[in-house]
Design a binder for this molecule. Structure first.
Ligand SMILES: Cc1cc2nc3c(=O)[nH]c(=O)nc-3n(C[C@H](O)[C@H](O)[C@H](O)COP(=O)(O)OP(=O)(O)OC[C@H]3O[C@@H](n4cnc5c(N)ncnc54)[C@H](O)[C@@H]3O)c2cc1C
Length: 462
């Protein structure tokens, strides 16, 4: 970096950190401990002006550029060796206009920060199931969580944005202004620029909801039976229910579970019902009453609390490798493969997650994210602590994905896509039939592919 002139950074509204400064060890890290990189500079952006300066610094000096929203990219996109990191966390303002039903969200806000504002009015934007993920990474590549079947993917609620493009211009997009950019932001990742403000439509949610969260014993074929019940339940579930099943072995020391159950196979059901909570309890009873629960945190609770329920389970700095396949149906063969993998994970922190995609997740989006007819997204997530065990943990995920692949539609969810080692092939299969159109938008706005540390689609050739 000795050859790079950092003097433009003196004009920042925010600040920056370089190696050797006290904060450097903190700011260089992201959530996934698999990525131990050393950026040349981390710019803590406080305004679109700062983002423009950072983009210019990378562009004019030929440095790699990483954009960080909430820093929770499982694929490690928001840090880079010897390059520029734009940390958007200081831009986390959330302003709700109840009358228009639109919330303006800073480019570095987390979903917890959004919920804190919208839930005061019983409103929400569909986010994920964890409050610390950034709005940026999650929504730009799709985004689904506890209200997906009622209101669709996060990107489907995106109605406008302010972004900084590769030439450092600040541009606004909505249905009338540069609609190609809005189209690309709905599922096309960070390919066309750095979003400094999102505009989302909000929807009525809670503030109290019925939440099902129960672990059932998975011994003696319990996992296939539970997944069979889950399939039957989901086949007739109303759109007001968004349900998830996950299977694994009870981790040692899990709070709220009797010690003799540690190490036992389990299937857990989690679901949110939007509407009268007592009606939700009735609707979800079959999943609740499947067996005598090993653990049960079900009940009427605030949507904000539901959103934070999994926060303690994913502390920063541990090691993670997550991948996914989409299935049109949950046949017996898939169930058997899932159950086999779930009872022999390489780490007891790992699970195989089975998300039901129903209701509005099947509605076409006017955006880069293709419509899906898949009813299930299967996501094996390996979570572990010991660097010596990387290979077996990654191998466990890859093994299940490879086994399920022939039963799937070939599409990966781009936020759960391993470390994107399948490169362009992954992007083509997961964005088809919108890949070419996204490449053309990319060519218009980022012809040099400056924004490439992401779910990258290279610019279409001129
Ligand atoms: C614990 C945990 C739980 C999760 N749960 C869910 C879930 O329920 N549903 C779901 O859909 N996904 C979920 N995910 C996946 C999540 O969507 C991705 O990991 C996502 O990348 C996180 O976004 P982020 O902003 O925190 O990431 P970051 O690491 O900050 O960013 C990732 C990439 O997104 C792009 N980006 C981020 N912000 C901007 C911006 N403002 N402008 C332009 N580009 C930007 C950049 O390319 C960046 O490299 C979860 C992840 C974790 C770690």
């Amino acid at each position: 970096m000795t050859h790079v002139d950092l003097s433009p950074l003196n004009a920042l509204d925010g600040d920056f950190v370089v190696p050797g400064q006290p904060d450097y060890e903190t700011v260089r890290h992201i959530w996934n401990g698999m990525f131990d990189k050393r950026p040349a500079v981390v710019i803590r952006c406080a305004s679109p002006h700062d983002v423009g300066i950072g983009v210019a610094l990378a562009r004019d000096n030929g440095l790699p550029l990483a954009v960080r929203g909430g820093g929770h990219s499982a694929a490690g996109h928001s840090t880079v060796d010897d390059g520029v990191v734009l940390d958007l966390a200081p831009m986390h303002e959330v302003v709700l206009d109840v009358e228009s039903g639109i919330v303006a969200v800073g480019g570095g806000a987390t979903w917890g920060q959004v919920d804190a504002v919208t839930q005061r009015h019983g409103l929400a934007v569909p986010g994920g199931v964890y409050s610390k993920t950034g709005v940026g990474g999650l929504a730009l590549a799709g985004g689904y969580g506890w209200i997906r079947n009622s209101y669709g993917f996060s990107c489907a609620s995106l109605v406008g944005a302010e972004l900084v493009t590769a030439d450092s211009s600040v541009v606004r997009t909505d249905a009338e202004h540069h609609p190609d950019l809005l189209w690309a932001l709905r599922g096309g990742g960070g390919n066309v620029g750095v979003v400094t403000q999102f505009l989302f439509e909000v929807h009525p949610v809670g503030p109290e909801v019925y939440f099902l969260f129960v672990f059932h014993d998975g011994r003696d074929g319990g996992i296939p039976r539970a997944l069979g019940l889950f399939r039957e339940f989901c086949s007739t579930a109303p759109n007001s229910v968004s349900a998830l099943a996950f299977a694994g072995v009870v981790p040692d020391g899990m709070e709220g579970v009797a010690a003799e159950a540690f190490g036992r196979p389990f299937t857990a059901f989690g679901a949110v019902f939007l509407g009268d909570p007592s009606a939700g309890e009735e609707v979800l009873r079959p999943l609740h009453d499947f067996g005598v629960p090993l653990f049960d945190a079900s009940g009427t609770t605030s949507y904000v609390q539901v959103q934070q329920m999994f926060d303690p389970d994913y502390p920063a700095g541990e090691r993670h490798y997550w991948k996914s396949v989409q299935l049109e149906g949950l046949g017996d063969e898939a169930v058997a493969l899932i159950a086999d993998a779930a009872v022999q994970p390489a780490s007891d922190l790992s699970t195989v997650d089975v998300w039901h995609l129903g209701g509005r997740t099947h509605e076409p989006i006017d955006g880069a994210m293709p419509v899906t007819s898949a009813a299930y997204l299967i996501s094996p997530e390996a979570n572990w602590r010991d660097a010596d065990r990387d290979e077996e943990n990654i191998g466990w995920v890859r093994g299940l994905v490879a086994a399920l692949h022939p039963l799937s539609n070939g599409v990966r969810y781009l936020n759960f896509a391993g470390f994107q080692e399948e490169g362009d092939e992954l992007m083509r299969s997961s964005l088809a039939p919108n890949y070419q159109r996204l490449a053309e938008v990319k060519a218009r706005w980022d012809p040099q592919n400056l924004f490439r540390l992401n779910q990258n689609v290279p610019p279409a050739p001129a």
